[in-house]
Design a protein around this ligand. Structure first.
Ligand code: ARG
Length: 412
């Protein structure tokens, strides 16, 4: 009996060619696995396509709920944004795909898994490292990293082997998408000085052409998880879908990122992440109200570590488990609602409320009802400033030009 390999199949040219190439090169039977993570592209015909190309079996799995519950929402709770810009849509989907590839490989008794990544990107790292953690005995094959074919040669190969061709490529762009966002690379975008042309965008309206009238949305959170929109309870998948539409219609969520890849390349990446943009802002706003200053400071550092580990393919690690436990603990009072205004490409938080709010009106107000004891301030300031006063007297005032380093009077 032939050995089996489970291939992550997208229906595109690379993975279609891989279905033929894998048996030819490795003598293995190919089981194609396609995941629906909310990319919105038509995957109804993908099973048939895989079988036509030569797969012995083709599976299509709806993984949208798994994706949101176990990957997207934990990243949202962590406020994970790579380099302050990228909400990590593609990066979050890779460990899930790796997990399902491994699960199917176990069920089918396969000895290997395969993916369509090239040798220049981050995704290969995420697939390979995730698989190494989950199933160190499985071989990982990346045909497009091995075969050294150009795009033309791949087309020619597909033609020769009567592989059903994906619709002829009409744009020079390479894209990936799921519920959390869409990425666009290549073509003119490889010139970092060139403004992304309007044609690269598919989920967002140009802010200039978006409605003149702003729209307001109220997002309800329960322990850090978004649970409702404008008072209506929604599943995570439905909530993200609706926000992608609403925010996208107002031009919200366009990101132009000159990004540091794990493999050492700087790369210009354009993203559309309407729902992620809104939810990350709203979630952070609720944390500003329900977490202490010290919790917020520390969590910000964790957020950066968390984003890096997602980006770098380290989802299935002990470090991630440790950070996730910390993040989970921080969310126990992050319950309430946030109101955002969407207008002409902007998403602005305009209101927040929480039963666990640490904001105290009677402490903050300058009006009647003020309970803050202003007479206590001088004592607090005296002690707070004590080390400053001591150091100034002992070390700083004796410098030739005093603490400032220049003599203000002499400079005139
Ligand atoms: N630069 C982003 C990342 O590394 C997006 C990658 C898109 N992947 C793709 N195969 N088109 O996560």
């Amino acid at each position: 009996m032939k050995e089996k390999v489970v291939l992550a199949y997208s229906g595109g040219l690379d993975t279609s060619v891989a279905i033929k190439w894998l048996p030819e090169k490795y003598g293995m039977d190919v089981i194609a696995l396609t995941l629906d993570v909310g990319g919105e592209k038509d995957i109804s015909s993908v099973r048939e396509k895989a079988l036509k190309a030569g797969a012995v079996k083709a599976l299509v799995v709806d993984a949208k709920e798994l994706f949101v519950k176990h990957f997207v929402f934990p990243a949202l709770a962590a406020d994970a944004i790579y380099e302050g810009q990228y909400p990590l849509a593609t990066a979050l989907s890779r460990p899930l795909i790796a997990k399902l590839l491994v699960d199917v490989a176990r069920e089918e008794g396969a000895k290997a898994i395969a993916h369509g990544c090239t040798g220049k990107g981050n995704d290969q790292v995420r697939f390979d490292v995730s698989t190494a953690a989950l199933a160190p005995d499985l071989k990982v094959i990346a045909p497009a990293r091995e075969w050294r074919m150009t795009r033309e040669e791949e087309m020619e190969y597909a033609h020769r082997h009567k592989i059903p061709m994906p619709p002829a490529k009409t744009t020079p762009y390479s894209t990936d998408q799921n519920l959390w966002g869409r990425s666009i690379e290549c073509g003119i975008l490889e010139d970092p000085w060139a403004e992304p042309p309007e044609e690269v965008y598919a989920w967002t309206k140009s802010p200039g052409e978006s409605p003149d009238k702003p729209v307001y949305i109220e997002i309800g959170f329960e322990k850090g998880l978004p649970v409702s929109l404008d008072g209506e309870d929604l599943s995570g998948v439905a909530l993200i879908r609706r926000l992608n539409e609403m925010a996208g219609a107002h031009g919200v969520g366009r990101i132009d990122h000159l990004e540091n890849r794990l493999v050492g390349i700087k790369s210009r990446e354009v993203y559309e992440s309407p729902a992620a943009t809104v939810l990350l802002k709203a979630h952070k706003a609720l944390e500003m109200m329900t977490l202490s200053k010290e919790q917020l400071r520390f969590k910000e550092r964790v957020a950066q570590e968390y984003a890096d580990l997602i980006y770098d393919g380290l989802w299935f690690t002990a470090l991630h488990q440790d950070l996730a436990a910390y993040v989970q603990s921080t969310q126990r009072h992050v319950t309430g609602a946030v109101r955002v205004k969407l207008h002409k490409g902007n998403c602005i938080v305009v209101g927040r409320k929480s039963p666990k709010s640490l904001y105290s009106y009677s402490l903050a107000t300058y009006d009647k009802g003020d309970v803050f004891d202003q007479q206590a301030a001088p004592g607090f300031i005296y002690i707070w400033g004590l080390p400053v006063r001591v150091q100034a007297q002992v070390q700083l005032l004796e410098q030739p030009d005093g603490i400032l380093g220049v003599s203000v009077r002499k400079e005139k």
